[in-house]
Structure formats: structure tokens, C-alpha cells
Design a protein around this ligand. Sequence first.
Ligand code: HEM
Length: 514
Amino acid sequence: WVWRSGSRTRGSPPGPPTVPVIGNLHIFPKRHLQIKFSEWGSSSKQYGDIFSLKIFDQTVIVLNSPYSVREVIDKRSLSCSNRPKSIISDMIIPRGMNLGSGRFANETWKSLRKTTAQLLSPENFNKFIGCQHSEAIQLALDLAHDPEAWYFHIHRFTTSFATTIVYGRRSPRVNSPDVAEFLHVHPQFLCALDIGTFPPVDIFPVLRFVPERWAPWKRAVKDIRMLHNAFYGRLLRAVEDRLKQGKGNGAFMEEIITDAVNLGLNDREVLMNLGAVVIQGSDTTSAALQNIMLCLATNPDCQTKLQEELDQVVGGERVPNADDLQHLPYLKAFIEECNRFRPVGPLGLPHEMSDDEVVDGLLFEKDGMFHDERYFDQPEKFDPDRFLRNKFGVKEGVQDDPGRRSNLLFGGGRRVCPGITFARSSMEICTAITAWAFQILPAMNTTTGELILPNLDDYTHGITATPKPCKLRIIPRSPQYIDIIQRSFSEATANFVPYEAELDQEGINSKCQI
Ligand code: HEM
């Protein structure tokens, strides 16, 4: 059994040759898995659109085309809605309480999923559109006053918007406690879940029984759990206190606490993780917006084209608003291209088979795209026009993959990202306002005048591919635009009032004045 444990089961998808016992462990990439996976998969056609890797007795199946995602993840979603077991994840969040990482699509997951989907539904989104617009205007004002910290202003935007909708409290500054603590806790949480950070306990579960004094990783995991619980526990407590004082402001978590028994969510730790997953999920929007900034800076011609469209549709007398978005086809194409060029979640999140399935003659045992030259003309070239020529950005005259859909970036099946509407609208309104008001340029060496281009190949590896902080020059297109933003901000602050009541009590910057 040990000898055969590294070999593929008959009928499994093909893949690189295995060696006895360890399978493909010796060639399994440690970082930027997507690059090696596309080399083995669709681009080179070495092993085809669906291939497998063996890690001891575990089978990892890589889906490298929209068709294979549709056939497996979408059409067989009942058999592949689980997540693979992760001992580290269970140690940080036990009992499957985190909707995203929770292993089984069981009753707890269903209640969490239903409640989250309701909060994040397109219909419910209309309740928050004013708040999102006001936060996007603050983002522009922050960029005007402190352009060097552009990277962190984006984090403030997404975190503040997420805590507003879930907990009914916003963060006017990057160093407001909720944003500052999130930026401290979340990277450690993501890092803990990444392959290679800690010893491979999932492959060698026996490591779990090594006493803590010889296993420093156990201490590190405990620390992350404590940080996680302290942060999300504090946010939940703030809502509970507000309700006790009869000062509710209609936040989502207030409704959930009030109706917890009916919703099947009357466990405090489950409630804490329900809030956590929405805040964590929304952080991918920061990565997408940071990537958009780099794409603007490195593609001046596309930026000019986008600004011409904005000038024509919006003019120079007011900031872009949500109603403008439907009249901005180039803006949408630009964002699609940013997401294709450097997808935020290059591997999505893994799914696990709970039943054997056979797809196109290949066995998917239980347990176990965007740069494809067949479909994309010059996939390494940044070219938003491809999405104007064709809604999926694919080559003209080529028989497209039948499984292609416009939200592939957001996963599929029963686990598909519930935050699509919120993510898309944040990307669109922030890009519209930022590109309307500013020139986004690469940094410059002040002595030589040489441009310092951001590195588009130096993104974080792991669950999300986030650009690293870097210098950009963010220059107002005209002083008049900044006046307009300042004016719009003064009008927009009315939307913030219900969510700022607790800021004074904490002795932090209570007024959102720059
Ligand atoms: C550009 C932004 C975003 C991208 C690219 C993205 C992508 C994804 C992907 C690929 C998954 C896994 C789907 C699967 O397993 O097939 C996912 C899950 C999830 N996302 Fe997003 N997401 C984004 C924004 C958001 C936002 C704004 C929220 C919340 C406000 C959110 C909440 C979630 C949650 C809760 C899950 C777990 C769903 C489950 O396992 O049932 N995401 N997202």
C-alpha cells in the first residue's frame, strides 16, 4: 500500500510521471503554483486541460479550462462542494465555522451561506450604494491629500465599507482601530493557510501530535487564532452593546443577532466567523483595486482612452456616479482586462470530491485560464479592447470554450463567491472616480528623470495574488477636480453619520475631515 500510494488510480486524469510513495511531491511547485500549472496544462497541452498530481495517496486535480470548470465544479456541484481538509485551518477556526474554509457543505455551512448570500445579494446591494459612493469619494480625497499612501487608502476603503455593512461602523482613517487591526491580523491568517508556511501537517498528520515545545508552529497557529478571535470578537461585541443600549443602526449583524435562533445561528462563535468571512472576502477587492492602479500606471494609452470616455460621459463638473457606470463600456473592458491579466485568485479556492465522478472518461475520485493562447491573442499583452471586440475577450473566429462565463474569476458551483456584486461595483466606481480625477503615473527618479515601473511579476503568492506596495505618482488632472471632490465629500458625509457614532467613544478621530 505504501509503495503504491504515490501512483495514479487507473482512469484518473493524466499528469507528470510519479515516483513510488511520494508521487509528484518532488516536483510540486512551492510558490506561484499557477505558473507551473499552466505550463503543464492548457498552454503547452503537455497534459491537457485536466491533469492530476499525486502527493502520497492524495490526488490533486487541476482544471485548466472554463469547460472543465463547468463540467466538474458547476455541473457536479453536489459532489464537489466540500473543501479539502486543512488541519491548520481547523486549528484556527474549528467546527467548520468559517463559511469559506469550512470543510463540509453541511447544515452550518448552508445557514451561513444563505445568510451571507442574502446580505450580499444584488437586491440588498441597493441599500449600500450611497455608502459605497461616499467611501469611494473619500478614497479620491485621500489620494489627493496623501498620494504616497495610495496602497493603504485602498485597504481603508474596502475594510471600512465591509465593516459598515456588517457591523454598522466605519473607519475614517487607515490607522482607525478596525482597519489597523485587520491589516495586522489578516495577512497572518492568510499566511497560515498558505502551503509551506508551516510543516505539512495535512500530508503527515502525525506531526499534529508532536508536543508544542518541539513544534513552534503550534504556538504560532495558537497566536493567530487568538488574534483572529480577539478582533472579530471585539467587532461582534460592539454590535451586541449597541443593541443592549437600544442604539441600533440597522447593521446586518444586528438583524442576525436578533433573529439568530430562527436562522439556526445561535452559536456566538459561528456569528463571529460569519462577520469575519465577509470582511476577509472583501479584502480580495483591495488586491483587485491595487492591481488596477498598477495597470493604469503601466498602460498610459489605455488610461488616456479611459479618461476620454469619462470626460465624454461625465464631463468636468461632477464626480462619476453609479448611474454613469452602464454608459462606460471601456471602463468595464479595462477592469475585465486587469482581472484577466493578473487575476486576484489565480487558483480560486480548492474543492474536494465527496463522491467519485467520471467526466469525459476521466475519473474524479472522491478525496480528491486566463492566459491560454488557444483563446487569447497575445495573452501577455495588456489590451482592454479585446473585451470590446468580444464580451469574453477571446480571439475572433476561434471556436470558444463552451464553458466560458464572465464570472469565472469568482469560482463556481455551490461555493461560488457570494460577493460578486459588491466586488464588481467597488472596482467600477473606484476606478471611475480615480481615473476621472487623477493621472496615475509610475514613480520617477528625480535625478535622472527615469521612470521606475512597478513590477507586474512581483505579486504575493498563496490564496490571493496581491501586488506589493510600490511608489506611484498620483497627480490631479486639474485643481478644479479636487475642488469638486472636496465639495462632493462634504455632501457625502451624511451617509456616514449612522456609522460614526461609536468613533468618539473610542477616543479616535471622530470626524472624517482630511
Ligand atoms: C475581486 C474580488 C473578489 C474575488 C476575485 C473573489 C473570488 C472568490 C473565489 C474564487 C472564491 C471561491 C469560490 C469557489 O470555491 O469556487 C470566493 C469565495 C468567497 N468570497 Fe469572494 N471574491 C471577491 C470578493 C468578495 C467580496 C467583496 C466578498 C464579501 C463581501 C466575498 C466573499 C466571499 C465568501 C464569503 C466566499 C466563500 C464562499 C463559500 O465557500 O461558500 N468575496 N471568492
